[in-house]
Design a protein around this ligand. Sequence first.
Ligand SMILES: [Zn+2]
Length: 132
Amino acid sequence: MKKRTIPDLSKKLAVPLNAIASPQRIAILLAIGTGEACVCHLETALGWRQAYISQHLMALRKADILQDRREGRYVYYRLKNASYLDLITASATLNGLSSEAVSAVINTQIYPACECPHCAPVLISIEGLKAV
Ligand SMILES: [Zn+2]
């Protein structure tokens, strides 16, 4: 096997770092966390418009960082590899923040204004009962 040169290796290592290197993409990864989230949940969590979020979701999917799954009228996004959260946590500690500052915002948010199945499971089950 051919040994990689430093420039060759560095080019490869920069790919995932470049793909997430914006506050918007990091925010999306934190809002998804170790679970999964639909666009409407991300809209509520981040306060951004759907088109703006979709643009970043598309870029993160293209970079092979996110995968999606459709269930009914919802499309859920999840991280393909949770190591991206470790990368974000490492960035926090390099910036003098505690790793707890990052873990405190991952997957803990339920928004009363959000109607996704994650935030409002009761609403969904009532709809399910109506269908019976
Ligand atoms: Zn939600």
